[in-house]
Design a protein around this ligand. Structure first.
Ligand code: ADP
Length: 654
């Protein structure tokens, strides 16, 4: 590549790449600005969320204290607050008091009580003597030494009396059990009052049965009866009754609802009881407990000190709490921001999930420092969308620039290549012309000297020498004509005097100038010029020159088989001048290119020439609105055809 080319390439690359780099830099900076401003907005939103969160917790704790002062722990009271999952009470030692699961405690029965009960059971089950059984059980109750023994005896009494269908005793025993022995479990870890309620549910008349189950669930919800190990089974049995024997009862939906609520409460007691016990010391200090379950969900329990030690608390439902906070901070959803509340231990999971979005994390509360807040611009937010679009635009722009740089570079390279080629052709041309001039001049001088000195043997030889002189000077003048024509065409002042003429005559004239050459070199010449040819608007001299160039080539590129055929005929609206030879043929694949300036075929290496002839032929023919064609003959040699449009009157007037 030339030095000029390299300089252009450098200038080109710099002029594209410098602005591209600047653009990329500015875009990246503005992207960062957008990112920063969204983050600032998130930070200010986080402060609002913090306020809303603290306000919410405060209002719920005030509500809670009101309940506690009333001594009411019934879960139905806060059922309307979706964010409160459970209210509970803890005793001063950290044991969950309500709801509480009574541990299974097998108490020692006194020997006397056990013997008494055994005797009674013997009558009840062995002899089916229910009257006797009732008597003995009553005896055992009276002699019982502890509430557990009393409750157990009463429960057995009611059972036996039921078998005797003595409903007065059954009800009396049941009422005593329900009123006096509410939270007491018997020696087997069962709750006699619960057993009694279920018994009535199973056997009493539907109305009484329903009343018994409703009273039982009420007592459980109010915390008068304990939740204990066997409760799950008792709840199951009650549900079976509600669906079977008592399916038609009026309060059935209420009963089922209560059973579900009790089950939830029991579940809380089983799950959170141990957690509270373990963390009691820190919990008292910080006023809340939070953590993460094995399934990855967080929990938060607020704790408020209760009178006489211990605490009351709220277990929050995170999802509902989050939704509520989001609702309270206006325009949070409007602007497509979303938030999450979680325990500090769950922060890593949040960060992993939001790596792709613009987010901010911080404390969700001013006093619960384990409670964290994550806030982010949701995926569809205008900010993120903008951010993304900008990314694509910058990427696309830089890609387009890179493509144009490469394409431009290629174009420069191609141009530079062409430039080099033209320069090479030109210098070859100068050498060729000098050579072409020298050859005929040398032979003209030589023959002229020979003749002047009279060095010829006969008149015939003198004639030969003179003919050669003539041919050489003709060749010389054709060459000079070609060079002058070329110069005129290059300057743009080659003009044509066109008038209607018969191309047959023109072609014949060209052929005649070669008469001597043909004869001297032994060419077989065939002339096939049609008689009646339509006129062509032509510059006769120029066309004759063109035909002479073609004929000259035919002579030049013929070797052994020297035969030339010149034909002129009409084909459609055109008159065709055709020169066919039996020479070396056209170089393969170069049939078009040989008409270019300075272009010499691969077959012309051993023949002198300038590469001008055919290019002149082409420009003459094209100046006549015609076209040229060169093809190889299948049986050797080549054919050149010059097509000229027929001159019509219409055109003359046009
Ligand atoms: P020059 O003959 O001076 O090389 P031209 O422009 O007349 O230049 O011809 C261009 C090229 O076309 C020649 O170099 C040669 O390769 C090819 N050519 C022209 N005429 C013939 C022909 N009659 N037979 C074979 N090749 C030809």
């Amino acid at each position: 590549m030339s030095r000029l080319g390299i300089r252009w390439v450098v200038v080109y690359f710099l002029s594209i790449l410098v602005p591209a780099a600047l653009l990329a830099f500015l875009s990246v900076r503005s992207l960062r600005d957008v990112h920063d401003s969204v983050q600032r907005e998130l930070r200010s939103k986080a402060v609002l969320v913090q306020d809303a969160f603290d306000r919410l917790i405060n209002s719920r704790t005030q509500l809670l204290s009101a309940y506690i002062e009333d001594g009411a722990m019934d879960p139905r009271l806060y059922a309307g607050f979706s964010e409160i999952a459970q209210i509970f009470a803890v005793d001063p030692t950290g044991v969950l008091r309500h709801p509480s699961v009574q541990p299974l405690r097998l108490q020692e029965r006194s020997v006397a009580f056990a013997a008494q009960m055994e005797k009674a059971a013997e009558l009840e089950f062995g002899h089916q003597d229910w009257a006797g059984g009732v008597q003995l059980y009553r005896q055992a109750w009276k002699e019982a030494a502890s509430p557990a023994e009393e409750a157990e005896a009463l429960n057995a009494l009611a059972r036996c009396a039921y078998k005797r269908k003595d409903m007065a005793i059954v009800e009396g025993a049941h009422q005593t059990l329900a009123a006096l022995y509410g939270p007491v479990l018997d020696a087997d870890g069962a709750h006699p009052a619960t057993l009694s309620h279920l018994r009535l549910g199973r056997y009493a008349a539907p109305e009484q049965a329903q009343a018994s189950l409703m009273a039982w669930t009420e007592a459980l919800l109010e915390g008068r009866y304990p939740l204990y190990a066997g409760c799950q089974q008792a709840l199951q049995e009650a549900r079976t009754l509600a669906q079977g024997r008592l399916a038609d009862m009026e309060d059935r939906p209420v009963l089922l609802e209560r059973l579900a609520l009790i089950e939830k409460t029991l579940d809380f007691a089983v799950r959170f009881g141990p957690v509270l016990g373990d963390q009691w010391a820190t919990a008292q200090e910080q006023g809340y407990i939070s953590g993460v379950w094995p399934d990855g969900t967080s929990f938060l329990m607020y704790l408020g000190a209760a009178e006489g030690g211990g605490a009351v608390g709220i277990l929050f439902d995170w999802d509902a709490l989050t939704a509520l906070v989001q609702e309270q901070v206006e325009d949070l959803t409007e602007r497509d921001f979303a938030l999450a509340l979680f325990d500090a231990d769950a922060e890593a999971a949040f960060l992993a999930a939001h790596r792709e979005t613009i987010y901010e994390t911080g404390p969700a509360s001013r006093w619960m420092d384990r409670v964290r807040l994550g806030i982010w611009a949701a995926d569809t937010s205008a900010a993120t969308g903008y951010y993304r679009t900008r990314n694509y635009l910058v990427g696309g722009g830089i890609f387009a620039l890179a493509v144009s740089v490469v394409l431009g570079g290629l174009m420069i390279l191609r141009d530079a290549g062409r430039e080099v080629q033209v320069a090479r052709l030109r210098s070859e041309f100068v050498a060729n012309v000098s050579h072409e001039l020298r050859t005929p001049l040398t032979s003209i001088r030589m023959y002229a000297e020979t003749l002047l000195m009279g060095r010829y043997r006969s008149d015939e030889q003198r004639q030969d020498y003179l003919t050669t002189l003539l041919h050489e000077s003709q060749r010389l003048s054709r060459l000079v004509d070609n060079v002058l024509d070329f110069a005129r065409i290059e300057r743009g002042d080659r003009t044509y005097q066109r008038q209607p003429c018969d191309l047959g005559d023109t072609a014949r004239a060209a052929l005649e100038t070669f008469g001597g050459v043909f004869a001297a070199e032994g060419f077989e010449v065939e002339e096939a010029i049609a008689e009646e040819l339509p006129p062509v608007l032509a510059d006769q001299e120029a066309v004759e020159g063109a035909v002479a160039n073609i004929l000259g080539n035919a002579v030049k590129y013929s070797s052994e088989h020297k035969a030339i055929r010149l034909a002129v005929e009409q084909r459609g609206a055109e008159v065709v001048v055709e020169v066919a030879d039996r020479g070396i043929g056209l170089p393969a694949g170069e049939e078009e290119r040989i008409f270019e300036q300075f272009r010499r075929g691969a077959n012309a290496a051993s023949t002198a020439g300038t590469g001008l002839g055919l290019s002149l032929v082409k420009s003459v023919v094209e100046a006549h609105e015609g076209r040229v064609e060169a093809i190889n003959r299948p049986d050797g040699g080549s054919v050149f055809r010059l097509y000229f449009p027929v001159h019509t009157e219409d055109k003359a007037h046009a």
